[in-house]
Design a protein around this ligand. Structure first.
Ligand SMILES: [Mn+2]
Length: 272
């Protein structure tokens, strides 16, 4: 199934949806994130297409998406870099898969600030023996990383977090409002931005369908206004939504959240 609003041919598209059904770096017993892309496509269709007077329509769904989207389908993780390379300025919207997908994507944006929403810092000098960590010091410059919503760090990660450009914990999100968070981010960011949204940044009450849930997480109204401002005001060159694990979801709650965020972000993207 193609993404519901993906009607543009590749050449004409502003956004290119790419599924990466890969969970080879998942270290949790809660598997199934490889079904993330197909699940988001299915839920996007359910959210946006209704039967009216005997015919199917997406007209009735406010607000309608007018941006030109192409659905590239699913690709192997090792081919993701090549696919992004040929897009030449079109914005890739990448659906994971586990958070390891991000590492492949950001190699294509060496100058971008990486803003990632995650319950875990996920930054370590090595991938050896750690739980769910995907960004390693060797591969990215920590000075260009902003982590948001963290609430569970390993000892080594705590030290490394200090070298990030900015880190705002889940606790700080609850102490301040989203405008405060936005001001902190805006002060630090210059130039291109890549956004990675690990769905475990949300509280398991809202997003149970993830591989590594952590209580004490964020809710939609803390994240959505921020994402909308980021894509509306910063030079966002790519983004991903990762870690949707449909086998652990409840009534597609997490999938609806992910899909709603994706549709909202597309609508709010700054016009190039
Ligand atoms: Mn993660």
């Amino acid at each position: 199934m193609k993404f519901v609003y993906a009607t543009a041919p590749l050449q004409e598209a502003d956004f290119v949806l790419i599924g990466v059904p890969d969970e080879s770096q998942n270290t949790s017993p809660r598997t199934s994130s490889k079904r993330g892309p197909e699940t988001i496509r299915k839920i996007a269709y359910e959210r946006c297409v209704f039967k009216r007077k005997g015919r199917f329509t997406s007209e009735a769904v406010p607000p309608k998406i007018l941006q030109k989207i192409h659905d590239y389908g699913d690709v192997e993780k090792k081919k993701l870099g090549k696919v992004i390379e040929v897009l030449k300025g079109k914005i890739p919207l990448i659906l994971g898969g586990d958070h390891g997908v991000t590492l492949e994507a950001i190699k294509q944006f060496p100058d971008a600030t990486i803003i990632y929403f995650d319950a875990h810092p996920g930054i370590l000098p090595t991938l050896q023996g750690y739980y769910g960590s995907v960004l390693t010091e060797q591969e990215i410059s920590l000075g260009t990383c902003i982590q948001l919503g963290v609430r569970e760090s390993e000892i080594e990660e705590k030290k490394i977090t200090k070298t990030c450009l900015l880190s705002i914990s889940a606790e700080e999100f609850f102490r301040h409002d989203s405008s405060w968070v936005w001001e902190q981010i805006k002060k630090k960011v210059q130039g291109q931005v890549y956004i990675s949204l690990d769905l475990n940044v949300f509280d398991p009450a809202y997003a149970p369908g993830v591989s590594a849930p952590v209580p004490g997480g964020l809710h939609m109204q803390q994240v959505l206004p921020l994402l909308n401002r980021m894509v509306g005001e910063l030079d966002v060159v790519g983004m991903d939504i990762v870690e949707l694990s449909p086998a652990f979801d409840q009534d597609y709650r997490t999938a609806h959240l992910a899909t709603k965020l994706l549709l909202e972000m597309i609508m709010h993207f700054k016009k190039k």
